[in-house]
Design a protein around this ligand. Structure first.
Ligand SMILES: [Zn+2]
Length: 126
């Protein structure tokens, strides 16, 4: 059964959408840690297909060129902050049921953070 996806929600409060092409990844701000959404355009709006985070948004987004058409992003001060922001977005867009993500966002290595920032979640994908 093909997946259905949520449309972008303004509550995500992100920059974008931007076309996922190399020239759009040159912005200095993308050298930061943060969270991103990968999207495609539909007649009803931008459908959110994937949620992720990175210590270097530019490097990570570069891997998705040719696979996804659009991205949104939000920078974070810290890697831990990126993890919590990723959890929020992962839940906002319906978790693995409504995203191409197969697993719940992983706790940053070497930290003792809880498995999710969302109440009642123990890190399950669905
Ligand atoms: Zn969770």
């Amino acid at each position: 059964m093909p997946k259905t996806y949520y449309l972008y929600k303004s509550s995500s409060n992100m920059h974008g959408p931007f076309s996922l092409i190399a020239s759009n990844l040159n912005k200095a701000i993308l050298r930061s840690s943060g969270v991103y959404l990968l999207a495609h355009k539909t007649s009803k709006g931008m459908a959110i297909l994937y949620v992720g985070r990175s210590e270097n948004l530019r490097q990570r987004l570069n891997h998705y060129i040719g696979k996804y058409n659009y991205f949104f992003f939000k920078t974070t001060e810290t890697v831990n902050g990126a993890f919590f922001a990723e959890c929020r977005e992962f839940h906002r867009y319906g978790k693995a049921n409504y995203l191409n993500n197969r697993i719940h966002p992983a706790v940053p290595a070497g930290t003792s953070l809880p498995s999710c920032s969302e109440r009642g979640c123990k890190g399950e994908a669905y």
